[in-house]
Design a protein around this ligand. Structure first.
Ligand SMILES: [Zn+2]
Length: 265
């Protein structure tokens, strides 16, 4: 009898202990995937991402990387949803209510505005690489000048460019907004975080919206500096191969893709 009481006390302790430890936990926020579209759209995670999209939109406009209603931004919200900019709006003027919630087929699930016509391009990038969590498309002048000539600036000239971007890709021209246009980037996404869109502009992907905009800045500045360097009239000094390998080792640690590395994950 004494032994069974001891066993009962032990069972009670084991039964009660988890409930005590659970009550000490902070309130858990449900993942967006567990929520209905409307609940996901009004979740704290969605709010934070909306504000980041709005901030990055202003940066793009202030840097003159977008013109008129051009450019678009999107980000994953869990596994089921995307947040994206609407069509027909200056990226300087966006408010939280303007940002749309979409699924991975491009259907709008929450929000009063029509989504960007380029969402199909963004979705193609998300489907091509799980590492792509945010996408920024815009028309920076120097980078777009390369896109107009169908050329990619050479790499191997500036250490920071090698570490962040490296060889950029060039996607063939297709009519913007179409599925055919979206599919032009498919062969390049896994090995490149920056893709020139022929006769159009550029698209960059990253782990966050902020970082995708950083790659836009890095690429546009590199294109501009390369054009200035050519005007000096002296030969370009390319980095030696062994120094490129050191930069690629840094890039590997940062988890960034590069066509010179194995990017299969
Ligand atoms: Zn565009």
């Amino acid at each position: 009898m004494a032994q069974s009481l001891i066993q009962l006390a032990q069972q009670l302790r084991e039964t009660l202990q988890p409930s005590r430890s659970l009550s000490a936990q902070p309130e858990l926020v449900p993942a967006p995937d567990e929520l209905s579209p409307l609940a996901a759209a009004s979740s704290p995670q969605a709010h934070a991402l909306r504000m980041e999209i709005i901030d990055v939109g202003r940066k793009l406009w202030e840097r003159q990387y977008v013109d008129g209603n051009g450019g678009n931004i999107s980000v994953r919200l869990g596994q089921r949803y995307l947040l994206c900019t609407p069509t027909m709006i200056s990226k300087r003027d966006m408010a939280p209510a303007d940002i749309c919630l979409s699924d991975f087929e491009g259907n709008i699930l929450a929000g009063d505005r029509h989504r960007t016509s380029e969402l199909l391009l963004h979705i193609e990038i998300y489907k091509s690489s799980l590492r792509a969590r945010a996408v920024v498309h815009c028309h920076p002048p120097h980078a777009t000048a390369f896109a107009m000539t169908g050329t990619v600036p050479p790499n191997g000239l500036v250490s920071e460019y090698e570490t962040c971007i490296g060889p950029a890709a060039l996607a063939p021209y297709e009519t913007p907004g179409t599925q055919a246009f979206a599919e032009t980037v498919r062969p390049f996404v896994r090995d490149h975080n920056t893709i020139l869109l022929s006769n159009h502009g550029i698209v960059c992907w990253a782990d966050t919206v902020t970082h995708a905009e950083w790659f836009v800045e890095t690429f546009e500045n590199y294109c501009k500096t390369y054009l200035i360097a050519q005007q000096i009239g002296r030969p370009l000094n390319f980095l030696p191969a062994e120094k490129i390998q050191e930069l690629l080792a840094i890039k590997r640690r940062l988890g960034l893709p590069d066509a010179r590395m194995d990017n299969s994950l």
